[in-house]
Design a binder for this molecule. Structure first.
Ligand SMILES: Cc1cc2nc3c(=O)[nH]c(=O)nc-3n(C[C@H](O)[C@H](O)[C@H](O)COP(=O)(O)OP(=O)(O)OC[C@H]3O[C@@H](n4cnc5c(N)ncnc54)[C@H](O)[C@@H]3O)c2cc1C
Length: 384
């Protein structure tokens, strides 16, 4: 593992997509002496367990802008990083069953069009003519954006981490941060299982554990872990390729192609906050029911395996990104719900600008940590 550097200019806590992207962008923008501490191995937590979707179909302009930046980056990723991240622009289909969901979708599409997202509003018969395997009789309508798709989260994270290493970042795996030292309102450093590191700046990119890291610095932030379960079928060729990401907005069931199989998942509205990631067979039955309802041909698919990972969720389902003014030198980028993989690459750039230049052009107001209490309910209506 090599000697642990015991001083740093910046310590990043967490080696998922957000931490790896931040490490790369810091080094790329000229920041020296950056250390990333990951208690396990890189990309083994939410990032490695996620389904890799990226879509511009959000309701909040800030989320649309983050996705647009990353879609453009993924389109040229291999050129820049020399890694094929398996980016497939197979599109995302959102389906609305209830009339209020459909009204909400149409409002979001107006916002998406304002930002130049090439999303189409489709009546049920048009959906059926393009994707004959979908049941549409109960639908009010749907949307399709052909630029959306999916990529391999592990490959993207490792590409950022390897590029960061080449630029001099020290990436310390199996290095658990156990305490944060704050003196007179200023960050002084961290204690880790491999020894202490003194540093004036800490970036909290610990995903579902982001609340715990903030607590180590004496701060309470409203980020909670929630289990999300995913299942993969055995090889299944009865749905023609490419299979877009299909999201049933009313049931929160989704599926997409992952050759040679199909990946299925569903957000469980009844899940309570915990770090539990066990697979629940009873929940699988509900996923299968939703799958066969929406794409009856999936009745012929066999489930090969399932796994659970964690969403990190805030009260309005948008992340907390930026400096935390109460503690000098403390930054957070946590609480991404189901869109941290796709937003992490842009968020790393934004955090690096904040650290290297003291400012960023990206308006972080919707993601400010002190916004809670000023807003009610969800501010992102397309969080699933
Ligand atoms: C089933 C599922 C499907 C998903 N699908 C999508 C999708 O399609 N598209 C999308 O954009 N997003 C999706 N997501 C969400 C996405 O996975 C997350 O938003 C994203 O991976 C968050 O990245 P991260 O770097 O913040 O967190 P993580 O990847 O969880 O990384 C945080 C890291 O911090 C480390 N850590 C924690 N505490 C400490 C400590 N004390 N010391 C050192 N290290 C520490 C952890 O070990 C972990 O590796 C999905 C998530 C799940 C669970």
């Amino acid at each position: 593992m090599g000697e642990l550097t015991n001083t740093a200019d910046v310590v990043i806590i967490g080696g998922g997509i957000v931490g790896a992207s931040t490490a790369f962008h810091l080094a790329e923008q000229g920041q020296k002496n950056v250390v990333l501490c990951e208690r396990d191995l890189l990309a083994q937590a939410s990032t490695g367990l996620c389904v890799g979707g990226i879509r511009q179909q959000f309701s909040h302009p800030a989320n649309i802008l983050l996705s647009q930046e990353v879609v453009r980056l993924f389109e040229r990723f291999e050129e820049e990083f020399g890694v094929d991240i398996q980016f497939r622009q197979a599109g995302y289909i959102f389906l609305a069953q209830h009339s209020d969901t459909w009204e909400d979708v149409k409002t979001s599409v107006q916002i998406q069009h304002k930002y130049g997202v090439p999303v189409e509003l489709l009546p049920p018969e048009e959906i059926k003519s393009r994707w004959a395997y979908l049941e549409v009789n109960d639908l009010e309508g749907g949307t399709f954006c052909p630029e959306d798709g999916y990529a391999d989260p592990y490959l993207v994270t490792m590409a950022f981490a390897n590029a960061a290493r080449r630029l001099g970042v020290h990436i310390r795996e199996q290095t658990h941060v156990t305490a944060i030292s704050v003196e007179h309102g200023r960050i002084r450093g961290v204690s880790t299982t491999q020894g202490p590191i003194s540093a004036p700046i800490i970036v909290n990119t610990a995903g579902a554990w982001g609340g715990e890291i903030a607590r180590m610095a004496g701060l309470k932030i409203p980020v909670k872990p929630y289990r999300r379960q995913v299942f993969a079928t055995k090889a299944f060729d009865l749905i023609p390729r490419p299979v877009p990401m299909v999201i049933d907005l009313d049931s929160l069931f989704y599926f997409r192609g992952e050759d040679p199989c199909i990946i299925l998942g569903m957000s469980d509205r009844e899940e309570t906050s915990s770090f539990n990631t066990h697979v629940d067979r009873a929940f699988l039955e509900r996923v299968i029911e939703a799958a066969v309802y929406r794409a009856p041909v999936l009745e012929k698919a066999e489930i090969l395996r399932g796994w659970g990972g964690l969403y990190a969720i805030t009260p309005d389902e948008n992340p907390i990104i930026g400096v935390i003014p109460e503690i000098e030198g403390f930054l957070c980028a946590v609480g991404f719900s189901g869109h941290g993989f796709q937003h992490g690459p842009a968020v790393g750039r934004i955090l690096a600008e904040l650290i290297c230049k003291g400012q960023t052009d990206f308006d972080l107001t919707p993601f400010a940590h002190d916004r809670f209490g000023k807003i009610r309910g969800k501010s992102e209506r397309r969080a699933i």
